[in-house]
Design a protein around this ligand. Structure first.
Ligand SMILES: Nc1nc2c(ncn2[C@@H]2O[C@H](COP(=O)(O)OP(=O)(O)OP(=O)(O)O)[C@@H](O)[C@H]2O)c(=O)[nH]1
Ligand SMILES: [Mg+2]
Length: 419
């Protein structure tokens, strides 16, 4: 027989402790208060119990077993968890990651796989954003746009491109794009960019016939930048290009006071010959007096596309000319597609050779240019990218235009690379 003592803040709690350790049958020998309750201190009671030694031994073994049972359960659970983990990750990138990390090494293909997975996930996130954007699933019109294509679709759509153009290009892309390129939005964007570029006709400056007199006439609506563009090109041809050319200027039908003044001052400053023409008979004379020039640039007064009388007069000048005139339609990038169409239709009978777009710096959407040029199938020749004469002009480039459509106009970066 053994006597054991248990203490607690009450006799019943002390007894509970004793019974927990020695069993319900433990014999209570005494109960007494061994510390009185005082300020900040609770009372302490002691319970002394008498227990058979065999009983103590039995209870010790039981408690040992209980804790080893718990350990067993934990290790079983751990085993199960690791088995589940192995199954779920056996085919995934994660398994490779774990096993490769053990070897402390990841080879390039693993990195690529992980990268692709991250891009795929980010595409999914983009798709969700997309769905908020139009508050509907990626089912747009009759086209079902996969998530990797969502970003590019949105950008193109916001660029002001014609919806039918966009849908047919998307359809083409979805049909022909190699499967391995579809994996993420980056490769989709690259493919889409190349496809769009191929659709834009561009007339290279180098394609202008050498040795042949080049007579360029600038026509277009009022205020689009015809005179400014002419001045920039006059400087470019006469001073800035590798091979300097003799450049002359003609101002046509310029009854408006001030319109000629500006150009006359510019020509004087640049030491370029300039002729002012009001009558058709004067036109032939002016061309003759500039016959020593390699390039003749003809400025016209801006005409509203609705001003049929003025347009008819311009046509008369062109028809009566005995020389080939390269007709350059000047349009502003910030004009909406439907207005561009209308302007083009009204100037079309002048037999337009090429289109110059101005004011790239004044807009954020360039899809209108893409759609117009695609529709009318006339090549672009120059882009005006600001007000500065002679710097803010560049040769048209489909690459530059598509970058503007998909990523916006960035003068410093793009202009330098494309001049
Ligand atoms: N921001 C910006 N302004 C431009 C650009 N090109 C021309 N401009 C400005 O547009 C305004 C009109 O330019 P003009 O060259 O006089 O236009 P225009 O077509 O000759 O005008 P009209 O002869 O009246 O028909 C001027 O203030 C120019 O500085 C350009 O690329 N970007
Ligand atoms: Mg003008």
């Amino acid at each position: 027989m053994k006597l054991l003592s248990f203490t607690a803040d009450s006799p019943s709690n002390a007894l509970k402790k004793a019974q927990l350790q020695c069993g319900e049958n433990a014999l209570v020998v005494s109960t007494k208060e061994i510390q009185k309750k005082s300020l900040g201190k609770s009372a302490v009671y002691e319970v002394v119990v008498a227990v058979e030694e065999k009983e103590i031994q039995k209870r010790k073994e039981k408690s040992k077993k209980k804790s080893s049972d718990i350990l067993l359960d934990i290790s079983k659970a751990a085993k199960q968890i690791s088995q589940i983990e192995n199954i779920t990750t056996s085919t995934s990138v994660k398994e490779k990651l774990t096993s490769q990390t053990q070897k402390n090494k990841l080879d390039d293909s693993d990195y690529k796989e992980i990268k692709d997975e991250i891009i795929r996930l980010s595409d999914k996130v983009k798709l969700i954003q997309e769905m908020f954007w139009e508050e509907k699933s990626p089912q747009r019109g009759k086209l079902n746009i996969p998530s990797e294509f969502a970003e590019i679709y949105k950008k193109a759509k916001l660029s002001g491109m014609d919806q039918n153009d966009l849908d047919s290009i998307m359809e083409l892309t979805l049909e022909h794009m190699p499967y391995n390129m579809r994996k993420n939005s980056k490769s989709v964007k690259r493919y889409f960019q190349v496809l769009l570029r191929k659709m834009i006709p561009v007339r290279l400056e180098s394609n202008i016939q050498k040795g042949k007199k080049h007579i360029m006439m600038f026509v277009g609506p009022t205020g689009v930048g015809k005179t400014t563009t002419l001045a920039k090109l006059a400087a470019r041809y006469s001073y800035l290009k590798e091979k300097r050319e003799k450049v002359g200027i003609i101002t046509l039908d310029t009854y408006r006071i001030g319109a000629v003044e500006q150009l006359f001052q510019f020509a004087k400053m640049m030491r370029l010959p300039i002729e002012d023409v009001i009558d058709i008979s004067d036109f032939a004379r002016a061309l003759h007096s500039l016959s020593f020039c390699d390039t003749i640039l003809i400025d016209t007064i801006g005409s509203s596309q609705y001003d049929k009388e003025k347009l008819a007069k311009m046509e008369e000048f062109l028809q009566n000319s005995e020389v080939d005139i390269d007709v350059n339609l000047v349009l502003s990038s910030s004009t909406k597609l439907e207005d561009l169409r209308e302007i083009y239709n009204n100037f079309e009978y002048l037999d337009i050779d090429t289109i110059i777009f101005t004011k790239f710096d004044e807009t954020k959407s360039f899809g209108n240019i893409f759609s117009l040029v695609k529709e009318v199938a006339k090549p672009l020749s120059y882009f005006s990218i600001g007000q500065e004469v002679p710097d803010d002009i560049m040769c048209a480039s489909s690459e530059f235009l598509i970058d503007c459509i998909l990523d916006g106009f960035k003068k410093d970066r793009d202009a330098k690379s494309s001049k």
